[in-house]
Design a protein around this ligand. Structure first.
Ligand code: 13P
Ligand code: SF4
Length: 357
């Protein structure tokens, strides 16, 4: 297989440093600790504002438990990135408030341009998106014009606009298998681990961009084997943004919603889970009789930058949500028309493909 190392050996150091600095800035944003009474008052105020503004709250599994609860309690949804986009599109509300990271808000806007899309925290980035700037990506596509361009949903609207297909982790394998069966070779961006996993599973000819998720790339196979020895009856559930050694140890590899489904479905008393820790809220709800353990991120006693927590997902909090519903404007997602329309084609392709299968 042709390899990106000929083109772009790693994400350039300056960009890596920028991502690291942004991770630091995200962690530095402090959230006020709220008493339960204050929390309940804030939830009630947000609930009223959602109703008054004909707004619905759509949250990702990685945001704080309290935001997930509020989304459920107010008729919104908690979901993976594909389902969040579908839900916002299908819901009758005029305003969709996204608790997650910016690419999720952008995807909602692309699918529902007539709606007002607000982000709980507009500064919430994603390292995969940051690793793949649109201009460089366009040059990469131009240099490999014979390939079908498939990009992960964790990208900017401008990158999606340059793609033939957008996929999320819940549908990526199916789409690439389909394209491979038609004899197409693929240009994949930006997650090198997910791309490598899909390549191994499908045998497709894939040229990979070299981005990674700052959270998932910290899961460690050696430490995971140690934990598996301590819990021999546990099954291992892994998100495919994780490194190959970790994926190789998995009983099930899948998107966030597929991980939750596996925990319900598989007949095991214990699970070791390699994905962002916010998912444990829904895992415990989905399978209350089972026990869940976090997969190790950096070996015994070591420190790590994420420790299975996404710095940007954790920027979302109740106070910001309340403020956004009071002040709105600065949190609104706006995408230039041409970018939006081009990105819509490639997202729509995924949505239609998903609904037929
Ligand atoms: P899912 O599509 O599985 O929800 O993943 C989104 C994400 O950002 C994972 O890190
Ligand atoms: Fe991006 Fe990783 Fe955070 Fe998901 S967990 S939003 S891939 S940085």
């Amino acid at each position: 297989m042709e390899n990106l190392s000929q083109y772009h050996e790693t994400v350039p150091q300056s960009r890596q440093a920028n991502i690291k600095a942004l991770v630091g800035q995200a962690w530095a944003v402090e959230s006020l600790e709220l008493s339960l009474t204050d929390q309940d008052a804030l939830k009630a105020s947000i609930s009223d504002k959602l109703k008054q503004q004909d707004a619905v709250l759509v949250a990702h599994y990685y945001v704080a438990d309290v935001l997930q609860e509020l989304a459920d309690e107010t008729g919104g949804c908690v979901a993976d990135s594909l389902e969040m986009a579908r839900f916002g599109f299908q819901h009758s509300a005029n305003t969709v408030v996204v608790a997650g990271v910016r690419f999720m808000g952008e995807t909602a806007k692309i699918l529902s341009p007539e709606k007002r899309i607000l982000m709980v925290k507009k500064q919430a980035e994603c390292s995969l998106d940051l690793a793949c700037p649109a201009a460089e990506f366009a040059a990469f596509c131009d240099a490999n014009a014979d390939r079908t361009v498939v990009v992960y949903a964790n990208t900017s609207a401008a990158v999606k606009a340059r793609a033939d297909w957008v996929v999320t982790s819940s549908i990526a394998l199916k789409v690439v298998s389909y394209l491979h069966s038609k004899g197409e070779s693929i240009l994949w961006a930006p997650d090198k681990y997910l791309g490598d996993y899909i390549q191994r599973e499908t045998g497709a000819d894939m040229l990979l961009w070299q981005g990674s998720c700052v959270v998932h790339e910290e899961f460690k196979a050696d430490a995971l084997m140690g934990l598996m020895k301590q819990h021999p009856t546990a099954k291992v559930l892994v998100h495919p943004e994780s490194p190959k050694g970790v994926i190789d140890l998995a009983d099930r590899v899948g998107s966030t919603s597929q991980i939750i489904a596996a925990a319900k479905e598989l007949d095991a008393p214990k699970f070791i889970v390699a994905t962002e820790s916010g998912i444990f809220h829904k895992l415990k709800q989905a399978a209350p009789d089972k026990q869940f353990f976090e997969a190790p991120t950096a070996g015994e006693g070591a420190t790590c930058e994420s420790c299975a927590m996404c710095p940007w997902m954790k920027m979302n909090d109740l106070q910001c949500l309340d403020q956004v519903l009071s002040e709105g404007k600065d949190s609104e997602i706006v995408i230039p028309f041409e970018i939006r329309e081009n990105a819509r084609r490639s997202i729509q392709r995924m949505v239609e493909f998903g609904s037929k299968r």
